[in-house]
Write a protein that binds this ligand. Sequence first.
Ligand code: HEM
Length: 461
Amino acid sequence: FPPGPPRLPLVGFLPFMEQQLPHKQLWNLSSTYGPVVGLYLGTQPCVIVNGWEAVKEALLNDDLNGRPENVFFKIVFGGQRGIMFVEGDLWKEQRRFALHQFRNLGFAKRSHETVVHEETRALLQEIRKAEGSITLWEMLGVSNLIILWAVMGGTRLERSDDRLWDLVVRLNAVFRAGDISGGIVQSFPFVRHLLPKDHSFNIVKDGLHLVNDFIQEAIDEHRKELDPNDPRDFIDLYLIEMDKHKDSPDTTFIEQQLAASCNDIFTAGTETGSATVSFGVLLMALHPEVMAKVQKELDEVVGRSRLPSMDDRSKLPYTDATLSEVFRFRGAAPISVPHKAMKDTILQGSRVPAETIVLVNLYSVMMDPEYWNDPETFRPERFLNPDGTLRKDERLIPFGKGRRACLGESLARMTSFIVFTSLVHHFDFTLDPAVPVPNTEGKSGFTLGPPDFRVFAKARI
Ligand code: HEM
């Protein structure tokens, strides 16, 4: 087992694990123990993987593509279900189906661009109407939910629907209360019965139940209205697939699986997307010289009478480089989603036994000073070639890499590109001094969220 810090009986490294910015703490361990660090989360063996060579090797090793059992899924869905927290054949079958159907539905293709444009227009209007300074994450979260729901549930949800705002607030609470290590309940599930209502475990569990109720209601409606010859969305396609397999007792196409997959997509896509664009706007307010260059490029290429589209992207190298820098600087999933060794394997020469949890530190790759020189400086130019074209870099991996890489990457890239560029094109952002931002490190949890901040949005178009 790889070398690592001493462990306490039963709890292992858990009491020492920092709740705020654990990606930094876990990366620091490598200066003592090397790129692959062994420790225990409770009684579960875990390796932390830091640095490009080790991270690349881990993400390309399919024996490390499992997922540790997730205690919340066990409680909310009665077992490991969905796409994100399953492994083996179930994972392959469900991931393949989701990707295939999303493509059939035009996932991340033109028709979705239309949906993203529609939602972006509504968002711009809402910001224009707002008085004084605004917090962006809720507004952005609602836009993301509506876009994701268009793919999954077909209908266009209205921004005025209170349930959406409630869901966004609860999902945010879930993502901030969560902890990548799984916390004490992951190792000792019985402890959950002793926890107070406002404990982070209960915040996550109740939030997931709320999302699940929303999705279950939609599945019931879809069942009633289903026309097998005219599927409208992901839920319809899944229900049709379930019917095809209804006589096979071993089928993985069952309703709990549909609900959990929708839950994965809904939860994975909302908070990460709004965090990325929120960080982007915060960084623009802190770097007005970058914002001005992006605006100039957008004015020249897009003009002032329409929204930026994906076809413009290749003509917007500085803007594209700026978004790449946002993804590098404050990637929304610094420690990715926990992986697990499916069988004994070797990583960087160290033995990783079957069932070991593997935490792959993407932050250690995207912020490595030996590679990026000045990683703590927000500098879009690092993604530009000397001739001004976009420089792609294989170490920019905010969505992971390999077979487990983010399922929603193309939709997430499209959404963040259109929403971010439209916001910067339409408004000059300045920070509201009433909410000081001491640093841009963000707030940890299951993912990394932006710090609290408010901006004034002055219309420029
Ligand atoms: C900026 C936004 C996003 C970021 C930074 C992000 C990042 C990630 C990362 C790092 C992983 C884990 C990869 C691994 O385990 O090695 C992941 C997995 C996943 N993401 Fe995303 N994601 C984003 C948006 C989305 C969206 C919009 C969706 C929904 C369409 C989505 C759905 C998923 C799913 C289902 C998985 C699990 C894939 C699997 O286990 O096979 N994500 N994402």
